[in-house]
Design a protein around this ligand. Structure first.
Ligand code: PLP
Length: 403
């Protein structure tokens, strides 16, 4: 990071989110980094080209590239910012959260390897493990999050990685990272955490010894419900081969989108701090409401992982999951009566979003599987945006009053 005060070695979170990865001097004296909108790069002459190729072949860091799929300054700026925020050595920005998941697992696993995944990771991640990875000869075991004994028992001589989210979606189960890492590393197994729901403001898994962190940048990091991207953050040793495979798979982000991510990241703390605060108040309000049967929010003492979350997280996040007291039809009427949150999948943006999982992500899932996952007809997931808390509370109150 370039600052006016190079002696300051550990700037605060928002200082990093504004300045990390940003050159101190930009073309034309601009404050902000330009969107370097180019597909390819020119060389002034053959000698310069040869010098560049020699530097790249010797793994030296080069500050320009030959072709857009191999790198872009605007994209690189996002990567450096993401690495600084999650306290990793390096990061790569990829085309979606799913690209982050699939690239990582495809590179790290080989036929004959074993992977342990927790049961309520994002549905498409589990689908990728169950179908694609198994077809390619990777053994996959799914364990219940929080069942550390089952996880330990599942570790065999062929186990390479444990993959989990924390908090999970939609029930916000929170994995004890200290315990997970200690158990895995003792047996030579590496850990990967999809930290999308937490954000680096609320949790930095790498500081607990986790080997790789993934994010769907689509959610809180970009934060405005207007683009899709993903990120992988970790040591240079793990990130460098991932960057190489990314250039082959082509799962890159274009410079305009990268600029929007940079812009979103600058307000990450402001947005997430507000979302933490509002979601906590909303969880308390819903918990006390007679028309609400149950609330899952890690900030509430009633959440099974409250103690872990309290110890491990800076804030409890912006998603609140709850069951309406009544039927699935009641939950539907409640969702339809809301005026501020829009009915949509996804979470983490400035706009509040609401969904009944049974009508959205679990719509085409067998009822038995849905039930086993705890997804009832009355379940509602609310992603709290940055609107005024009083307006959100009044809206929830009026919608509940209609039941
Ligand atoms: C926890 C988690 N990881 C990964 C993804 C996939 O991200 P994307 O939609 O950006 O591909 C999602 C998406 O909804 C998610 O919730």
């Amino acid at each position: 990071m370039v600052t006016n005060h190079p002696e300051e070695t550990s700037p605060g979170f928002s200082t990093r989110s504004v300045h990390a990865g940003e050159p101190h001097e930009n073309p034309y004296g601009g404050v902000t980094i330009p969107i370097v909108q180019t597909a390819t790069y020119t060389f002034p002459n053959s000698a310069a080209l040869e010098q560049f190729m020699r530097a790249r072949a010797s793994q030296a860091r080069v500050n320009y590239q030959e072709y857009g799929r191999y790198g872009n300054p605007t994209v690189r700026s996002v990567e450096e910012k993401l690495a600084a925020l999650d306290e990793g050595e390096d990061a790569i920005l990829v085309s979606s959260g799913m690209a982050a998941v699939t690239l990582t697992l495809l590179l790290l696993l080989q036929p004959g390897d074993h992977l342990i995944v927790t049961a309520d990771t994002y549905r498409r991640t589990r689908e990728f493990c169950r179908t694609f990875l198994q077809r390619w000869g990777v053994r996959v075991t799914v364990v219940t999050p929080g069942d550390y004994k089952a996880m330990e028992n599942a570790i065999g001589a062929d186990t390479r990685y444990i993959f989990s989210e924390t908090p999970t979606n939609p029930f916000l189960y929170t994995l004890d990272l200290e315990r997970l890492v200690e158990m895995a590393h003792a047996k030579g197994v590496r850990t990967i955490i999809d930290s999308t729901l937490a954000t680096p403001y609320n949790l930095k898994p790498l500081t607990y010894g986790v080997d790789l962190v993934l994010h769907s940048v689509t959610k809180y990091l970009a934060g405005h419900n207007d683009l899709l991207a993903g990120a992988i953050i970790g040591s240079e040793e793990l990130i460098t081969p991932l960057r190489d495979i990314q250039t082959i798979f082509g799962a890159i982000v274009d410079p305009e989108e990268a600029y929007l991510i940079l812009r979103g990241l600058k307000t990450l703390e402001l947005r997430v701090a507000r979302q933490n605060e509002s979601a906590f108040e909303i969880a308390r309000f819903l918990d006390a409401h007679p028309r609400v049967h149950r609330v899952w929010y890690p900030g509430l003492p009633s959440h099974p992982d409250h103690e872990v979350a309290r110890r491990q997280m800076h804030g409890f996040g912006g998603v609140v999951t709850f069951e309406i007291a009544g039927t699935g039809e009641d939950a539907r009427r409640f969702v339809d009566a809301l005026r501020i949150p829009r009915i949509a999948p996804s979470f983490g943006g400035v706009e509040s979003l609401v969904e009944q999982p049974v009508l959205m992500s679990y719509y085409d899932v067998e009822p038995e599987i849905r039930q086993a996952a705890g997804i009832s007809d009355q379940l509602v997931r609310l992603s709290v945006g940055i609107e005024d808390l009083d307006d959100l509370l009044a809206d929830l109150e009026q919608a509940l009053a209609q039941l």
